[in-house]
Design a protein around this ligand. Structure first.
Ligand code: SF4
Length: 350
């Protein structure tokens, strides 16, 4: 098996993109080596991202405050019996959810409906994406009992659809693929009527790792592009645009329902979003696309560049459908796992 190509690698510098030096400067100014409770850090903000990469030409002052959300972004407060049931179950099983770790604004809505996204392989990530609230650091070895606990929890939740995701584990030779495969297989046995959606990282472009996950038989395999090509160095410094496209292509070629997601409002322009949709369709022919507004988790994360209006999200949905995506979920509060069970149902109906 050949390695998934990585045409973003050093030495192939595109003059329209920031140089490696610019990228190093930017990532050096965005140190989140310890990650973690950045929202609770009270000192000076540690982020000082450069206008060379972001459209944001203003300086630090802009990043001192998290901007007030517009009226059309209103999330339901987390509360209620079902929310408490899920919270209790997750805590009892010692599991993690991306809903909690990423401080997802939809937690009140999703958990009230009994929907959640379980995060495996721990709660410490080896990467330091500029938008993500999950802790960055050196993770513990994978817990071999975790797949059993995940399967038991999914069975207790009695769901029609479950989304499982993970932190990136660049410290492991297989990127955590064997652990992934074991988890999916166990969920399949424990909950044969539950459809399984796996949202995976890029496994550093190793197709044999990806293949392990594919062979464990998820119903939907998702990998998020997150942002347009130009924004990758600031938003996903350890990922590569072309590599992510190749991951989607590989998944699609193995015959799985292929899904990807991106956020807007982090510095991209509308026409770049359309270009990204073109690239995804041309290279991978992915089936399901989600588009949502970026929300800045803390002062130490990338600043919000703009609030994308609901009408523009509707335009993105139409543009995506015109380009051939079977299902496009596009709206301010959309996340890759938001209404995932409905997207899966819509896809099956087509
Ligand atoms: S959108 Fe996804 S991450 Fe957010 S609360 Fe819902 S299931 Fe969890």
């Amino acid at each position: 098996m050949t390695r998934i190509p990585n045409s973003d690698s050093p030495g192939r510098h595109d003059p329209g993109r920031p140089s490696q030096r610019t990228i190093s400067l930017t990532t050096a100014r965005h140190p989140r080596p310890l990650g973690g409770d950045t929202a609770r850090h009270l000192g000076r903000p540690r982020v000082s991202l450069s206008g060379m990469i972001l459209n944001n030409t203003q300086t630090d002052a802009r990043q001192l405050a998290i901007p007030r959300k517009p009226a059309w972004i209103r999330a339901k407060a987390p509360a209620g019996a079902e929310y408490e049931r899920l919270r209790g179950l997750i805590a009892k099983q010692g599991l993690h959810t991306v809903c909690q770790e990423a401080t997802c604004p939809n937690i009140g809505d999703c958990w009230a409906r009994g929907t959640l996204t379980i995060m495996i392989l721990g709660d410490v990530c080896t990467r330091s994406c500029g938008f993500c609230n999950v802790r960055t650091g050196r993770p513990q070895p994978p817990d071999p009992d975790e797949p059993r606990r995940v399967a038991e929890s999914v069975a207790q939740l009695d769901l029609t659809h479950i989304v499982i995701t993970c932190v990136d584990r660049d410290d492991l030779p297989d990127g955590g693929a064997a652990h992934w495969a074991e988890t999916i297989r166990r969920v399949r046995v424990a909950s044969p009527r539950t459809s399984v959606e796996a949202l995976v990282g890029d496994f550093r472009g190793d197709p044999s790792a990806l293949q392990l996950v594919i062979e464990s038989g998820p119903d939907i395999l998702a990998h998020n592009m997150e942002t347009v090509r130009r924004m990758h160095p600031a938003v996903r410094p350890q990922a590569r645009y072309e590599r992510s496209l190749s991951v989607l292509k590989w998944i699609k070629e193995q015959g799985l329902v292929t899904k990807t997601g991106l956020m807007v409002g982090i510095g991209e322009h509308d026409e770049e979003v359309l270009g990204l949709m073109d690239d995804i369709r041309a290279i991978s022919r992915a089936d399901i696309l989600t588009i949502g507004q970026y929300l800045q988790p803390s002062r130490n994360h990338l600043p919000v560049d703009r609030w994308v209006r609901p009408e523009q999200f509707d335009r993105f949905r139409r543009e995506g459908l015109e380009r051939g995506f079977e299902v496009v979920e596009s709206g301010p509060l959309v996340r890759s796992s938001y209404h995932a069970e409905e997207q899966a149902r819509k896809y099956r109906k087509k």
